[in-house]
Design a protein around this ligand. Sequence first.
Ligand SMILES: [Zn+2]
Length: 509
Amino acid sequence: MPVSIVPLQGFATGTDTANHAGPIRHISADRIRMRLTFWGAAQQVTGSMFLLEQGDYKILIDCGLDMSRERRQDDYVPTWEPAYDGALFPFDASTISCVLLTHAHLDHSGMLPNLVRAGFEGQIYCTAPTRELTTILLYDSANLHSKKAKALSQKKTKDKAAAQQFNELYFADHVDEVMDRFQQVSLDKPFQLTDTIKVCFYTAGHLLGAGSIYLEVTEGQQVKRIGFSGDLGRYDYPLLVDPAPFPEVDYLICESTYGNRYHTDKGDPVDIMQDVIQRTCVDIPGRLLIPAFSIGRTQAILYTLNRLYSERGFEPIKVFSDSPMALQSTKVFTKYQHQLNGQARKFGQEHNHLFDFENFEFVADPDKSKAINDYNEPCIIISSSGMIKGGRIEYHVKRNIENPYATIFIVGFAPEGTLSHSLIQGQDKIYNEGKEYQVRANIERTDIFSGHADLNGLLKFVGQQDKQRLKHVFLVHGDKEPMLDFASKLRQEGYAGVSAPAPGEAFEL
Ligand SMILES: [Zn+2]
């Protein structure tokens, strides 16, 4: 895909002249100094990938998997959308000098093995917990890819899209090569990346080890400051430290996942958990299914359950965490307990363990996973994926969806095209692998465990910037509607230069 040199567009809300007159310039062919290209999470949520170039020095900020390319139709059969005409990347990976990785989630890290396969020889800078969580996620992906490869190997000889999808699959030995590239950084401690580029990862509060990235680039007498929010977390979230104050910059690249939404559930997550469990497992002795990401969300839920049982003396109902990846990542959370928030550290000291309590069991073995269905007492089953798109939770949902004594508790992001979205919409039938199921289970929802800042949090983050000094805000990592709404909200607040770049759009800073 060629670099586009189109004017800012798509976000004209009556103030487009101010928008076009902003102090950023599109690429001119003559003298290119610092250039920023939006290769991913551009006008969509997933696939974070931004290329910042200062002459020959090329920094990739995140190298994420674009999950929107795999779509499921009404019958939930996945289809794949090819990109870059068969190439893995829209640029020459061997020319990338280094990667700065904000956090472990696959939509930020999931293309790293392919970057190495495509010739990248540099280092990947991230925090120690990010390195460990990314390792778990990438090996899990490689494992899934091996299964997909078998399914695709027949099809790819006839179908171009299948051939490209096959080409993008990486395996464990590719992940091994990524492991050699990690370079550890500490949160909130600046370091010199090159003679002219200083970098600091600031606590983002979104996931253990997650950072927002600040860059200070010197060009002659001039110093340019650029900030990448990464994914922004919330204040008072279970386990995690609040987002740190972020310094003033000239250019801000800001996520906008919840650019038009406020979280509605407030207060202590233990209260919400207690209420749901009381109604669904005690008043009506039933079974509570909680679809949750294995990394981050599952630990927040386990910690909340531990607090419910330990601090309130609530009868400890049986809890299964049915995910090998949850077991692995919980070990990482325990190892880096000193990086968690004050409440969690204190709880850990007083109760010895953040994630282990009476009647709790991790399930790794696949046969034991299926055997959970034979457990006839009230119980809580936590399993991934969070969106009920793949993973063991699909099996548990299938087995329980027609059971009026079961409840499915949606605690995460539920984008269109996922079963969790269909359930929240109140559909009375769902389809899985071509089979129809009647929805007789109860559906509950909370946003208290959502890992992203809402509109208040986003405005607070941008609000740290001086309106006169900040030259431009680039919105990324959001669907079009929340992005548009967030852009107009920022303009109302007095930020003149706000835009949401299209994929491949490049700017001279
Ligand atoms: Zn994330």
